[in-house]
Design a protein around this ligand. Sequence first.
Ligand SMILES: *[C@@H]1O[C@H](CO)[C@@H](O)[C@H](O)[C@H]1NC(C)=O
Ligand SMILES: *[C@@H]1O[C@H](CO)[C@@H](O)[C@H](O)[C@H]1NC(C)=O
Length: 327
Amino acid sequence: MRFFPVFMCTIGGAFATSRITPPSGSITVCSSGCNYSTIQAAVSSISTSSTSAHSIFIYSGTYTEQVTIPVISGKLSIYGYTTNTATYADNVVNLEWDSSLASGAADDEETAALINLSPNVAVYNINIKNTYGEGSQAIALSAYNTQQGYYGVGLYGYQDTLLAETGNQVYGYCYIQGAVDFIFGQHARIWITKSDIAVSAGGGCITANGRSSSSDVSYYVIDESTVAAASGYNVNAETVFLGRPWSEYATVCFQETSLSDIINPAGWSEWSTSEPNTEDVTFLEYENTGAGASGTRANFSTKLSSAISISTILGTDHADWVDTSYI
Ligand SMILES: *[C@@H]1O[C@H](CO)[C@@H](O)[C@H](O)[C@H]1NC(C)=O
Ligand SMILES: *[C@@H]1O[C@H](CO)[C@@H](O)[C@H](O)[C@H]1NC(C)=O
């Protein structure tokens, strides 16, 4: 049976459309007969100094490569072929890479299938996977700049799937899979909305925010999303936490999100017994629902009395760069 996220019924018809031909002017990628046969070659063909907008259109297929987007002066949009732009569930473009700290990457960031160093990038309908699996840090996406948008994107990993490190970033109608600290980073402000967070094993934490001082701007909000066991994986009840503080000023909110019974009644965890890091954290919840939303929460977490707005996180001018059909 096909799985449709519950919120799909709220999507307007104009948004749920296909994108099966390249937008005018796009650089195309496919195994043969396109401008390039690898995503990296298409990215590398773009002038980093030109301030013109560029787009890349990727046809259906699995691309086994590591892609680095350098800092590019113009806006870059990357589109995966899809018959339904409104969801990750019909994605047919896969970017896969197998790397981990244990298998010799120079550092965690460099394990990623996609390393995005550029501001002003929008990525649509691509599955980005680190296929290493369990046992070591292995990132799918290293997001290292501001005004980055990910729309209908699937991110797959086990430990450290999404490194949201710097800048303002938005994730709309996305899928994020992992088991250990799989949404993490130090300085970014991120708005994850209308997305499915899928856990593939118990015993870990979803977020590990590394905000290390009261003046750091980092803030993670998970809004109007779902948290549940990944389809096909067995995760015991009450074995998963919403987050733990990688650094002592960790700041994370889950709001208006459906939490399945995999979430522990305490909600949030210490970093470790010897280094709890809990004194100055900001761990927030507002109007979450589901079996995992109830229970006696950790005393270092707080229930809000109103939702945080996207403008608070991404600024009142966020519509200048965010694709608002995905928020
Ligand atoms: C891509 O290929 C098309 C069709 O051959 C061609 O018209 C276009 O100029 C190419 N674009 C680039 C950037 O190479
Ligand atoms: C919070 O709970 C922990 C563990 O139960 C306890 O040791 C600590 O004293 C509590 N802190 C406050 C401020 O109540």
